[in-house]
Ligand binder design. Structure first.
Ligand code: ASP
Ligand code: MG
Length: 401
């Protein structure tokens, strides 16, 4: 039995016409002899609108109830797509996270998939050619609905593919992964291949190509991901472990910006690592994403700074108060209006001088970075929001992206 997982994003199922178009594409795959497990996102801006609606009821909506609300979006598109398929004569059926038994961690709005009981899918594939599964949602150990974080249906799709040990195709309104955001930079180049490591860095750094957890899972289980458009027949991008031999490795594969960053500085911490541990434990409990951590000891005290996303400010405040409740004299400040600009490429491992070229490009744009972090295959820096696009343009020119 030839099985493939296909995921269709929100814009691919935004209207009844588009849903019917997606049904046609799926039918084609079935006619080629495949059984298809389809994962869908909510229609168009549904999730955004549901969040807005929740905020009209409550300024900080209860997260369990928010998940209950958000999970409805995917159920709508799964049911509609299944109807469209049935009208085309395809043996199809929709299933939600409860039915598929997608188990997640307890964290509402940012849960992680821990296991999927593939027996439900396998059983159903005996009788059906297409199973349409709701993306983005899972069920935690309390039997409550959870969601996987914005863009999380990519992760639902790859997790299903990993469990079934089949390839995964991800369709959206962009026909592949580009060197930089093609909507902002029209001369961006489409990549035929990108490695898991690069895709992981790019997505973690704010490029909206794939949900980063989906790439982690793909890498762990060696599942190739094919990213393409649901609107065209254009060749897309393969996400793989290693670039093919014949392909010349670029020094820098992609550049991206993550907006809405806050720089957090915590000063006058006692010089004892236990307080640092306590801070990151509390941060972890709340599943907050901190990045660009820098730690400077001075005069017997420690000064810690890092970045978080604007939306996480209140939760972080709570985390710090909890972690440092026994400490006196510490101070925290939050500075908003930053963006994180990053370049990524496995080619950096073997090409010296990348950092120098990166900072020269920033200098030409008249930008001085506030914080810098690097890994073997990336350089990130924190820059003022209003200078970010200009800085990115200069970087794109420098590395011919
Ligand atoms: N509908 C969800 C969102 O908008 C999940 C997804 O699209 O992947 O974030
Ligand atoms: Mg998405």
């Amino acid at each position: 039995m030839n099985v493939v997982v296909q995921k269709y994003g929100g814009s691919s199922v935004a209207t009844p016409e588009r849903i019917k178009n997606v049904a046609q594409r799926i039918k084609k795959k079935v006619d080629e002899g495949y059984k298809v497990v389809v994962v869908v996102s909510a229609m168009g801006k549904t999730t955004d609108n549901l969040i807005k609606l929740a905020k009209e009821i409550s300024p900080r909506p209860d997260s369990r109830e928010l998940d209950m609300l958000l999970a409805t979006g995917e159920q709508v598109s799964a049911a509609l797509l299944s109807m469209a398929l049935k009208d085309l004569g395809v043996k199809a059926k929709s299933l939600n996270a409860f039915q598929v038994k997608i188990k997640t961690t307890p964290h509402h709005t940012s849960a992680r998939i821990v296991d999927i009981d593939d027996s439900v899918i396998r059983e159903n594939l005996k009788d059906y050619d297409v199973l349409v599964v709701t993306g983005f949602q899972g069920v935690n150990e309390h039997g409550d609905l959870t969601t996987l974080g914005r863009g999380g249906s990519d992760t639902s799709a790859v997790a299903l593919a990993a469990k079934l040990r089949v390839p995964c195709e991800i369709y959206s309104d962009v026909d592949g992964i580009y060197t930089c955001d093609p909507r902002v930079h029209p001369r961006a180049k489409k990549l035929a291949y990108i490695t898991y490591d690069e895709a992981l860095e790019l997505t973690a750094l704010g490029a909206k190509v794939l949900h980063s957890r989906s790439v982690e899972i793909a890498k762990k289980y060696g599942i190739p991901i094919y990213c393409a458009s649901s609107f065209t027949e254009e060749e897309g991008t393969m996400v793989v472990e290693r670039l093919p031999e014949w392909l010349e490795e670029p020094v820098v594969t992609g550049a991206t910006i993550s907006h809405g960053q806050i720089k957090v500085s915590i000063s006058f911490l006692p010089k004892d690592v236990k307080y640092i541990t306590a801070i990151f434990e509390e941060v972890g409990k709340r599943a907050l994403n901190v990045d660009m951590i820098s730690l400077v000891p001075s005069n017997g005290k420690v000064f810690l700074s890092f970045t978080i996303l604007e939306d996480h400010k209140e939760d972080l405040d709570e985390a710090l108060k909890e972690a440092l409740r026994d400490v006196e004299g510490w101070k925290s400040t939050y500075e908003g209006g930053f963006a994180k600009l990053s370049i990524v490429g496995v080619g950096m491992r073997t090409s010296p001088g990348v950092a120098a070229r990166f900072f020269e490009a920033l200098e030409r744009a008249g930008v001085t970075p506030e914080l810098v972090t690097t890994s073997e295959i990336k350089i990130s820096c924190l820059v003022p929001e209003e200078k970010a696009e200009e800085a990115l343009k200069s970087v794109i020119e420098e590395f011919e992206l």
